[in-house]
Write a protein that binds this ligand. Structure first.
Ligand SMILES: Cc1ncc(C[n+]2csc(CCOP(=O)(O)OP(=O)(O)O)c2C)c(N)n1
Length: 409
């Protein structure tokens, strides 16, 4: 048989380009409280509607509604708000520091702060997250010392990673934050392996892996889901769907055909789709998946639906490929503003306290940057050249020793 018509290749295009009016009318956004909450012990086959819903708790009036409301205390909500605000203030300051030539690179997580902050607070000490470069709020929520971040970003003499890593590729084992790597997706499977080891040892710790929606197109995503499903690994696998992978919109990674949460179905795993700009929904979905994992019920795939409000990195200019004001039109709003609004509506917060907190955190970040600058910014202060040869192997082998001799140290 021959084709009667020529074939045609479909190349997904975003709904709006620079100069166009931003458009999110193609998105179906369920109301807050609308998506049901199954029992964690329900079978996966009874949950196949969930990847097409959207777990949302906070409504447009800032009220927490529906079955996924985790009923958090005001203290926990304020801690969450503080962690998110600290992340934002830090991002803004360190972005400027890059523009002043004091560091080589920086990446903001603007608009995605709720994810790392809520998950960091919802999980336990000893659980391990396998981060992307956009969940700094995980560390902020666990009070990682700002000065260590700043020194890492300056690659100076006091850099905890000894100048071996690109800025913001942190590593903080004691804070449940596995080493970042520039190779996107490479650690999604590590999260599963770590979780398998925890179960193998009969431990009670669980793992959490992050991957961007663009990176789900890598083979690592498939490998991780296969192992997680086969061995019922105690892991929460999170796709941060922020709509963009540098200049590629989510359609290029498969978003036109289905949801990222729905990819769980083929692996026999529960898939949740969650409003990533809703601190309460992120918390609640994480607790739900953690309970499944801790009860040996296996892995959960969670898609966090959000928007990358800033440029991809300091090397990117998003106005070249999307409308400059697209972030302002994102239908799920700003995670910080939404949590602030909720706390105010509970009578547990107000504009004056918010302003005072913003000032306090700005001052804290300013002081940390100043302290780091006193040690030295990019190129002004460096770890010893000797550090370049350390940690390659547990014990330096003959090649390392020879190379060290060659540079005279
Ligand atoms: C293996 C690999 N391929 C390509 C890159 C270049 N790269 C860095 S970030 C990025 C986009 C990732 O997009 P996404 O997964 O959606 O995450 P986001 O940056 O939006 O948080 C790419 C392609 C890389 N770092 N590693």
């Amino acid at each position: 048989m021959t084709n009667s018509k020529p074939l045609h290749l479909h190349v997904p295009e975003p709904p709006a380009r620079p100069g166009d009016k931003p458009s999110f009318s193609h998105l179906v956004i369920p109301e807050a409280g609308e998506t049901r909450k199954p029992d964690v012990t329900d079978s996966e086959s009874d949950m196949r509607d969930l990847p097409y819903g959207l777990v949302r708790v906070l409504d447009d009036n800032g009220a927490a509604i529906g079955p996924w409301d985790p009923g958090l205390s005001p203290d926990v909500l304020r801690k969450g708000l503080r962690s998110m605000l600290l992340t934002r203030v830090f991002d803004e300051r360190l972005f400027r520091v890059h523009r002043q030539g004091k560091t080589s690179f920086y990446m903001k997580s603007t608009g995605e702060e709720a994810i790392g902050a809520a998950q960091s607070l919802a999980l336990s000490q000893g659980d391990m997250c396998f981060p992307t470069y956009r969940v700094m709020s995980w560390l902020m929520a666990r009070d990682y010392p700002l000065i260590d971040m700043v020194n890492q970003i300056f690659s100076n003499e006091k850099d905890p990673l000894k100048g071996r890593q690109l800025p913001i590729l942190f590593s903080a084992r004691d804070y449940g934050f596995y080493s970042l790597s520039g190779n996107v997706g490479s650690r999604f499977g590590h999260a599963v392996g770590w979780a398998m080891a925890s179960a193998y040892k009969g431990d009670d710790k669980i793992a959490l892996g992050y991957i961007g929606e663009g990176t789900t197109a890598e083979g690592d995503f498939h490998e991780a889901l296969t192992f997680a499903s086969v061995y019922r690994a105690p892991v929460i696998l999170c796709v941060t769907n922020n709509q963009w992978a540098i200049s590629s919109y989510s359609g290029i990674a498969g978003a036109e055909a289905t949801t990222f949460a729905a990819k769980a179905l083929a692996y026999g795993l529960p898939g949740l789709r969650v409003d990533g700009n809703d601190f309460l929904a992120v918390w609640s979905a994480t607790k739900w998946a953690a309970e499944r994992a801790r009860n040996n019920l296996g892995a959960t795939l969670i898609e966090f639906f959000t928007y990358r409000a800033a440029g991809h990195s300091t090397s990117d200019d998003p106005t070249k490929y999307r409308p400059a004001d697209e972030a302002e039109h994102w239908p799920l709003g700003d995670p910080l503003e939404r949590l602030k609004h909720h706390l105010i509506s509970l009578g547990e917060w107000d504009d004056e306290r918010h302003e005072a907190l913003t000032d306090e955190l700005s001052e804290t970040v300013r002081a940390a940057v100043k302290e780091g600058e006193a040690v030295g910014t990019l190129g002004q202060s460096k770890p010893s050249v000797r550090e370049m040869f350390e940690g390659v192997f547990a014990e330096p082998d003959w090649r390392v020793l020879e190379q060290r001799r060659e540079v005279g140290i």
